[in-house]
Design a protein around this ligand. Structure first.
Ligand SMILES: *[C@@H]1O[C@H](CO)[C@@H](O)[C@H](O)[C@H]1NC(C)=O
Ligand SMILES: *[C@@H]1O[C@H](CO)[C@@H](O)[C@H](O)[C@H]1NC(C)=O
Ligand SMILES: *[C@@H]1O[C@H](CO)[C@@H](O)[C@H](O)[C@H]1NC(C)=O
Ligand SMILES: *[C@@H]1O[C@H](CO)[C@@H](O)[C@H](O)[C@H]1NC(C)=O
Ligand SMILES: *[C@@H]1O[C@H](CO)[C@@H](O)[C@H](O)[C@H]1NC(C)=O
Ligand SMILES: *[C@@H]1O[C@H](CO)[C@@H](O)[C@H](O)[C@H]1NC(C)=O
Ligand SMILES: *[C@@H]1O[C@H](CO)[C@@H](O)[C@H](O)[C@H]1NC(C)=O
Ligand SMILES: *[C@@H]1O[C@H](CO)[C@@H](O)[C@H](O)[C@H]1NC(C)=O
Ligand SMILES: *[C@@H]1O[C@H](CO)[C@@H](O)[C@H](O)[C@H]1NC(C)=O
Ligand SMILES: *[C@@H]1O[C@H](CO)[C@@H](O)[C@H](O)[C@H]1NC(C)=O
Ligand SMILES: *[C@@H]1O[C@H](CO)[C@@H](O)[C@H](O)[C@H]1NC(C)=O
Length: 465
């Protein structure tokens, strides 16, 4: 590995500023395999480049490692004509950036300011670098996104604001970011998504807002995001969504709302998302879906309701979802999976997961009639009786449907599952000495080595395999 790196990088020269400054800091030049030239500086301060005027003309990369750049000003990078394209200032204790600090780097495309101590960004912080494509401000201490702070960055493609302390986003914070495609705002303290805050991001594809404190999404919060494909809102405290909350997102493919506090799905909540394929609502407190709560989800393919509090779920909830293929309902409190004879036939559904619920009954014949393409039915972790689970197994065994346990879809695993239900050892102390063997002499139950088990079901079971 080390040989490989030294082959890659030929260190041309190492030099230091004038002798009267301390010598264990300075810059070195490297040539990367791509023929790009890089300057790497270590342990320098903000005023370094004023004392030492590097000819940066032929260098595209400038990296500062373990530097003390507490205050960056227009003087810090006051280079003459240069073609610096990549500026990496990671882990450098930067606390503030003055107006126009990067404006002497007109060819800058990538600016990485990760893991510093930056608290504020002003409207003149990122001026004069119109070619910038990527800006990384993650792991700083930014508290607010005020108006126009990115106004000159009209070519910006990726903006990373993860792990700051952002509580406030001005309605015009993102003005002019017409070409932004990826916006990361995970791990901040945002509590409310106000109306129109993303309005100018007309080309945004991916929006990350995970691990904030979002409890409220205003009705028009997502206005303008016509090209958004992925929206991640996991790990917030959203308690309610309003009708048509996501309507502007007509190109959204994937909506993730896991680990929130939703308890009810209101009518028309998801209406308008014409392209949605994946809807993740796992790990909320969902108990009910109002009528027409899932209306408009005609294109959805996968729905995740894992880890909610549903006590009943009706197949008719899935009306009009002609492409739905996977329905995850595990880990709820469902004791009633309702299938009515007048429910529409669902022709696309292939996987239904009902693991870890409270079911003891299921209209499995009607289910198969209504869901004729069913391939996997996951049933582990419920309250099935022995008779009933054997009936289900028998019914589906010649139907090309796999009945599955909590984590396994093989027939072997399901037989074991049936064994566990039907032969759960219960030892009655009073009858401990009673010999049951004679009750089952000519049956398969001999194979189960169960001596003191009270279970008459063993003989019924023997006909199933
Ligand atoms: C960084 O430079 C300072 C002087 O500016 C010096 O005291 C310190 O030891 C240097 N640190 C390292 C890690 O070289
Ligand atoms: C960093 O530089 C500033 C002045 O630019 C100085 O006041 C401060 O002591 C330096 N910090 C360290 C850790 O060297
Ligand atoms: C920076 O620019 C802003 C807006 O143009 C201005 O209000 C502020 O006074 C400037 N700050 C400095 C230190 O020049
Ligand atoms: C969300 O929170 C859960 C539970 O606290 C945690 O297991 C999970 O890793 C978090 N997810 C993300 C994306 O941070
Ligand atoms: C949201 O849900 C989490 C996890 O279930 C819980 O710890 C938190 O107290 C809830 N917050 C609100 C505001 O209900
Ligand atoms: C369902 O999927 C097919 C094939 O991908 C697609 O042509 C059709 O438009 C989809 N239906 C809806 C309602 O999205
Ligand atoms: C299941 O729920 C449906 C609708 O809520 C109800 O009509 C039906 O009686 C319930 N069935 C059982 C067995 O509780
Ligand atoms: C399991 O079903 C039996 C009846 O079949 C019922 O008496 C019992 O309360 C159920 N247990 C749970 C945890 O739902
Ligand atoms: C059974 O299902 C598989 C896919 O799981 C499919 O390839 C096969 O054609 C089906 N067989 C019958 C008889 O329907
Ligand atoms: C599923 O069960 C079968 C039979 O018990 C076992 O051989 C297989 O390893 C299991 N698969 C998984 C993924 O657990
Ligand atoms: C254990 O067996 C005895 C004798 O058949 C019976 O009287 C008793 O009710 C049984 N105990 C239980 C808890 O089923």
């Amino acid at each position: 590995m080390e040989t490989w790196i030294s082959l890659l990088i030929i260190i041309i020269t190492v030099f230091h500023p004038s002798k009267n400054l301390q010598s264990n800091y300075g810059c070195s030049y490297e040539i990367l395999l791509t023929n790009d030239r890089q300057i790497i500086c270590t342990n320098i301060t903000s005023s370094f480049f004023q004392y030492f005027n590097i000819n940066v003309n032929r260098y595209h990369w400038l990296t500062c490692k373990s530097c003390n750049l507490s205050t960056i000003t227009t003087e810090t990078f006051h280079f003459p004509k240069n073609s610096i394209t990549y500026l990496f200032l990671i882990d450098n204790q930067i606390t503030s950036i003055g107006n126009n600090s990067f404006s002497k780097l007109p060819f800058l495309k990538v600016l990485n300011l990760r893991n510093n101590l930056i608290r504020t960004i002003k409207s003149d912080t990122f001026t004069g670098i119109p070619k910038l494509l990527q800006l990384d401000l993650s792991r700083n201490h930014i508290e607010r996104l005020d108006m126009d702070i990115f106004r000159d960055l009209e070519n910006l493609d990726i903006l990373n604001l993860n792990q700051n302390q952002i509580r406030f986003i001005h309605r015009d914070a993102f003005t002019n970011l017409k070409n932004l495609k990826y916006l990361y705002v995970n791990r901040n303290y945002i509590a409310t998504l106000s109306d129109n805050i993303f309005e100018n991001l007309e080309n945004l594809k991916i929006l990350y807002l995970e691990n904030n404190e979002i409890s409220e999404i205003s009705p028009f919060a997502f206005n303008g995001l016509h090209n958004l494909n992925y929206l991640y809102l996991n790990n917030n405290t959203i308690t309610a969504l309003t009708q048509y909350n996501f309507k502007p997102l007509r190109n959204l493919i994937d909506l993730q709302l896991r680990f929130n506090n939703l308890s009810i799905i209101d009518t028309s909540t998801f209406n308008g998302m014409k392209s949605i394929k994946f809807l993740y609502l796992g790990n909320n407190d969902l108990e009910s879906i109002k009528s027409y709560g899932l209306i408009g989800l005609d294109s959805v393919e996968v729905i995740d309701f894992i880890g909610n509090k549903f006590q009943y779920f009706s197949l008719s909830t899935l009306k009009n979802m002609q492409n739905l293929s996977v329905l995850w309902l595990e880990n709820n409190n469902i004791n009633n999976f309702t299938i009515d004879s007048d429910t529409d036939v669902q022709r696309s559904l292939k996987v239904i997961n009902l693991v870890e619920n409270k079911l003891s009954h299921l209209k499995y014949k009607l289910l198969y009639k209504k869901v004729p393409q069913l391939e996997e039915l996951w049933l582990g972790g419920n309250n099935w009786t022995c008779d009933f689970i054997i009936e289900i197994y028998d019914y589906f065994s010649n139907k090309n449907v796999s009945v599955c346990t909590a984590n396994n879809c093989t027939g072997e695993a399901f037989k074991q599952f049936i064994d566990d239900i039907c032969f759960e050892p219960y030892i009655n102390e009073t009858e401990l000495n009673y010999d049951f063997a004679s009750d089952c002499t000519n049956s398969i139950c001999v194979n189960y080595f169960i001596l003191y088990v009270i279970s008459i079901k063993c003989c019924v079971f023997s006909t199933s395999f």
